[in-house]
Each structure stands twice: as C-alpha cells, then as structure tokens.
Ligand binder design. Structure first.
Ligand code: CTP
Length: 423
C-alpha cells in the first residue's frame, strides 16, 4: 500500500473578481452571474465594453456589484484603474466574450478598460464565449481561441441550443449557474481547467435510477446527480468528448458541450452505458444505481382494499460497473478502457468508511474508486463533498472538503494517467 497523500486545504475567502461584459445579447445573463458572485461574498468589479452598455445599463451593473462601472481608461485616473483592476484581481471572467472581444484580447489590444485589464491581469482569466455559430466556427475565431488557450487563459466551450432568434447551434452562453460553478472552481484551484482531455471520449453516468412499481410509483433514491454533472461539465471543459447518461436528477441544466442521454431505470442505464462504453476511453459510474427493482410492474395503479399487497417482491439488478469490468476482462470491451466507480459509504461497528471502500474496490475490480462519506446530510443533495480516491495500484488520496467541482477536478486528474494514449 502506498503512502497517503492529503489534498491541501481549500481557501474560500472573499476574493476580488472582475466580471468583463462584452457587447452581445447574452450580456443580460451576466447579471445573474454577478449576483451569484456577490452573494457568495466576493468583491465584484464589472467592466463592460461600451457596446455591452447598449444591452444592459450601467446602473444595473453598479447596483448588482455595489461598485462604480466604467468602460474607458480616462475615468478615476488618479486610481489608475486600467492597471490596478487587473493587478489586484483574483479572477477575471469575461461573460459574454464576443468574437470581437476575443480578437482584441488575442492581439493584445488595450483600447478600453476591459482589454487593458486583461493585459495587466496575472490571475486566472476565463472567457465565456457567446456568438453565432458561424462566428464561433470562423477560422479567425478558432485561431484566436487557440491563442488565448495557449497563453493559459480558460476559454469555455459554449453551449449548443437556441441563439438569438430562431438560430440554433454551438455558440450559446452557458447558463449563469454553470459559469458561476466554473468561476468558483478557478477561485478554489487556479489550474483546475487545463485542456488535457482533448480528443478523449468519456461516458459518465449520473443521478439516481427509478424502478417503477406501477404507472405512478417508483422506488428511487436521493442522488441529486450534482457530482456526475460536475464531472461531465469539467471533462467537457478540459476538452473531452463527453456523453452523460443521466437518470433522475434535481432540476439540473444540461452542461454545456455535453451530449445527454436520459434514462429512468437501472436496466436502461445499463443498456445505454454498455453500448456507449464500446467507443469510450473511460467510463465513470457516478450514478446511484438501484440494486433492486420491483419484480412485477403493475399495469394499473395499485389500490388499497381487497387484494392489496403487503410486501413488494424485489429482483436484483445487474451491476453495471462489475459488468463493464467483466466485459473488459473477456475482451468485449477494449483492454485499455479506464473504469471508475463511486462508493457512498457510512461506516458502522464492523468497519469504517475506508475499510468498506477498499473491499468495494477489490470486489468491483475498477481502476479507481471515488469514495464519499455519506450519512448525517453529507454527499447527497449538497454542494460540498469529502472523501477518498482509491486506486487499483494501491494509492489512496484523501480529498479535502470542497465543492463537487473541486472533487470532480481531482477525479479527472487521477483518471488522466489511466487513459489509453491519445490518438
Ligand atoms: N453500480 C452499478 N450497478 C449497480 C449498482 C451499483 O454500476 N446495479 C455502481 C455505482 O454506479 C457505483 C458503484 O457501483 O459506481 C458502487 O455503488 P454502491 O451502490 O456503493 O455499491 P454496491 O455494489 O451496490 O454495494 P453496497 O452493497 O454497498 O450497496
């Protein structure tokens, strides 16, 4: 057994965040982002471009941030804001980032307060693009995005879906909650979003399954899907091609740039994951799959009164994770497919969380087991987690308490060396 590695403590203090807003219709969504950041205690300075103010008024940005808002470098000159804002920031988020704004940033222009701030920032900088698909796919934008990424900036993959008017396609601004989650992650961990999974294909399951009893009732569980969604979101933002197999989740928006396949039952989840695993470099089973289903599905609603059941006979579901490991061993799945399991453990008089987790890793035969300590309101339906990462090679890493996004970033870090060579 190798030495335990302990993840460092996470800083969650009040931080200085500059929110840049470029001139696009999605500028209105930046208001929700600014509010989420201030409500989490951060000090926010909004720096719009002149054209952003065509979409959202200065007063809105000032009221939401509680700070003055300027677009040029000739206001508050004694405070030298075009240098100080960038120098003092812990994070700069530009949302929305238009094609024009990214072109100016890529060429190092400093012709307004926002681009000047981008040139002086030494903290993580995240661009969240929003534009029409044609603009996003134009070689000029593609090159500008590549340049910004090469210089260490995060350029978020946009969502697909409805753009202004009836257009649909890639280029939509991700939802403010999602931008906030990525921004909060960069504040927790500045290097959490490298482009290190480009070209990798990942299948990730999330949420709980529902096993129907009759047309209106089911056996379910309390999984919210948040951890699996965080993993899918991050893997896509690290460049992977991600398919998320989602069971029942707590009203979560689809993560940007992720294909979502919806299922209800464990059997449906098993079919979907098994079919998708064939072309994947890795499968991450973060779903809470029901171990049992009602043996019979009543065709009509089960009624009280004569003939009412006093027990529900159950039948065991297939173990999807164990099935993948077996398929790999038998050659039905590529030998280098990485397989990751999750375990929610409580510990009891017979053993603690870690003892059970080690047994589970051995029993399931996966390459990596992500262990959550549950019970006492931990793990389910909450935004923070703590636990362990156990690897088949014997290494064990304690994960300090942190957001599910931070946990997801640690899981992807551990997964990356297990992936087959890119190609
Ligand atoms: N899992 C699965 N198929 C099932 C049950 C679980 O693929 N029918 C996967 C989960 O997605 C998770 C891992 O197995 O990655 C561990 O799930 P857990 O419920 O903790 O494990 P069990 O084998 O059901 O063990 P326990 O007896 O502790 O419930």
């Amino acid at each position: 057994m190798s030495a335990h590695t302990v993840d460092g403590p996470v800083e969650s203090a009040r931080r200085r965040v500059v929110v840049g807003v470029a001139g696009g219709i999605a500028a209105y969504k930046s208001c929700a982002l600014i509010r989420a950041l201030t409500e989490s205690g951060h000090q926010v300075r909004v720096v719009p471009t002149e054209s952003a103010l065509e979409f959202v008024g200065r007063a809105t940005f000032e009221a939401l941030s509680g700070n003055p808002v300027h677009t040029g470098v000739f206001t508050e000159v004694p405070q030298v804001p075009h240098v100080r804002l960038g120098q003092e920031a812990d994070l700069v988020v530009v949302a929305p980032a238009t094609a024009d704004l990214m072109a100016r940033a890529a060429t190092g222009r400093a012709d307004d307060l926002l681009t000047a701030t981008l040139l002086t920032a030494r903290c993580p900088v995240m661009f969240v693009p929003a534009m029409h698909t044609e603009m996003w796919e134009h070689p000029a934008t593609v090159e500008n995005v590549a340049t910004l990424r090469r210089r260490g900036n995060v350029v978020v993959e946009p969502a697909s879906g409805r753009l202004t008017g009836k257009d649909t396609g890639a280029g939509r601004l991700p939802e403010p909650d999602e931008i906030f989650a990525l921004a909060a992650l960069l504040l927790e961990r500045a290097d959490a979003l490298p482009r290190d999974l480009e070209g990798r294909r990942l299948v990730i399951s999330a949420g709980g399954t529902r096993e129907p009893l009759d047309p209106v009732r089911f056996l379910g569980n309390r999984s919210s899907g948040k951890q699996g969604y965080a993993l899918a979101r991050l893997a896509a933002q690290r460049g992977a091609d991600v398919t998320l197999v989602a069971g029942a989740v707590a009203g979560l928006d689809d993560p940007a740039a992720v294909d979502v396949v919806r299922v209800q039952t464990a059997a449906q989840m098993g079919d979907a994951v098994t079919a998708l695993a064939a072309g994947a470099d890795a499968v991450i089973m973060s779903a809470a799959v029901a171990d049992f289903r009602p043996t019979t599905l009543a065709a009509s609603k089960i009624k009280k009164g004569a003939g009412e059941p006093d027990t529900i006979p159950l039948t065991k579901n297939d173990d999807i994770l164990a099935g993948l490991v077996k398929a790999r061993a038998e050659g039905d799945l590529a030998a280098d497919t990485a397989i990751v399991g999750f375990a929610a453990e409580t510990g009891d008089e017979q053993g603690d969380v870690l003892t059970y987790a080690r047994e589970k890793l051995a029993r399931k035969g996966c390459d990596l087991l992500v262990v959550n300590a549950v019970g006492d309101g931990k793990a389910f339906e909450v935004d923070n987690n703590d636990g362990w990462l156990l690897s088949a090679d014997g290494s064990e890493t304690a994960l300090a308490h942190g957001s599910k996004a931070l946990m997801a970033s640690r899981v992807l870090d551990a997964l990356r060396p297990l992936l087959p060579p890119a190609g």
